[in-house]
Design a protein around this ligand. Structure first.
Ligand code: C2E
Ligand code: CA
Ligand code: CA
Length: 276
């Protein structure tokens, strides 16, 4: 029994060690990847629910890993957060998106707005605002998607001051993943975001589950009464799209229309299908 216990301990110890080594390796690769320009943005289109015109895109970080190929954020974002470099990735995505938006304009493709995800931490230290000053952002062309938790873990004054400064730079504020975290109607009232994104966990059941449908309908009503636009994420079928339009949702995003695409693929799609 004693030797078994020992084996088990060594087994556990071995796994833990392998984990730490893996994490360390990934962390080193992330840092090298940032230096080598391996991180980029992919784009998922968003459409007006009524007219089906292209209203904008969400920029999503991707890692062109030298040996593993293209990686999605679930493979690296947690570790990037642990080593405090999500801010750098956000900055890369924002710069890439601004550049790509100009390239689309040059090709005659109108992408009115690009939404980027911004990690909460960056909003609290001043670095975000400093790094924005040297980018030339036209009013309304960029919006920041922020998760609701940021409104909780910092003093309200700091958060609202920073948000006001961002708005003053012509950047719109969007509340991401609405309905999953610590949803607060009060934060909606106070922060007056431009848009609210209804999380796909709420959106996906609406076709079959009447409770979720009622909830999504109420969220849309509340947002509308406050003059806040609604975006539904995770719209996977035509039935979802039709129902959301009937419920009064403004903007739709999801696999029903397109998966996230590279710059080139997005450009081809936009030219070919006439997203406009
Ligand atoms: P999110 O902000 O909720 O982004 C939407 C995610 O849902 C994306 O995954 C997108 O590919 C996926 N998605 C889009 N349409 C559908 C659909 O119809 N069905 C389903 N099942 N999924 C859909 P992705 O690109 O893997 O990103 C995952 C998360 O990583 C994002 O969730 C966001 O929280 C984070 N993230 C992505 N890019 C960035 C970034 O540049 N900076 C920061 N800080 N976080 C990012
Ligand atoms: Ca998002
Ligand atoms: Ca989400």
């Amino acid at each position: 029994a004693k030797s078994m216990g020992r084996n088990r301990f060594e087994f556990f110890n071995h796994n833990l060690q392998a984990d730490i080594i893996n994490t360390k390796r990934t962390a080193d690769e992330i840092l090298a990847g940032i230096d080598n320009g391996e991180f980029t943005a992919w784009y998922q289109p968003q459409f007006c629910a009524r007219t089906m015109e292209l209203t904008g895109v969400e920029a999503l970080v991707r890692w062109k890993h030298p040996s593993k190929g293209l990686l999605t954020p679930d493979k690296f974002l947690r570790i990037a957060d642990e080593i405090n470099v999500v801010q750098m990735l956000d900055r890369i995505v924002l710069e890439t998106a601004l550049r790509d938006k100009m390239r689309w304009t040059a090709r005659g493709i109108a992408v009115p707005k690009v939404s980027v995800n911004v990690s909460a931490r960056r909003l609290h230290d001043g670095s975000l605002l400093e790094s924005l000053a040297d980018l030339h952002i036209r009013p309304g062309e960029i919006s920041f998607e922020l998760v609701e938790s940021i409104f909780l873990d910092e003093s309200e004054d700091v958060v609202s001051q920073n948000l006001e400064r961002i708005k003053a730079l012509g950047i719109d504020i969007e509340i991401d993943d609405f309905g999953t975290g610590h949803t607060s109607i009060v934060s909606l009232l106070k922060l007056k975001p431009k848009r609210l994104k209804i999380d796909r966990q709420l959106v996906q059941p609406i076709v079959n589950a009447s409770q979720e449908r009622a909830l999504v309908s109420s969220i849309i009503e509340i947002a509308r009464s406050l003059g806040v636009e609604t975006v539904a994420e995770g719209v996977e079928t035509a039935a979802h799209a039709a129902l959301l339009r009937d419920l009064g949702c403004d903007i739709l995003q999801g696999y029903a229309f397109s998966r996230p695409l590279s710059f080139d693929d997005f450009t081809n799609e936009a030219t070919g299908t006439g997203w406009r």
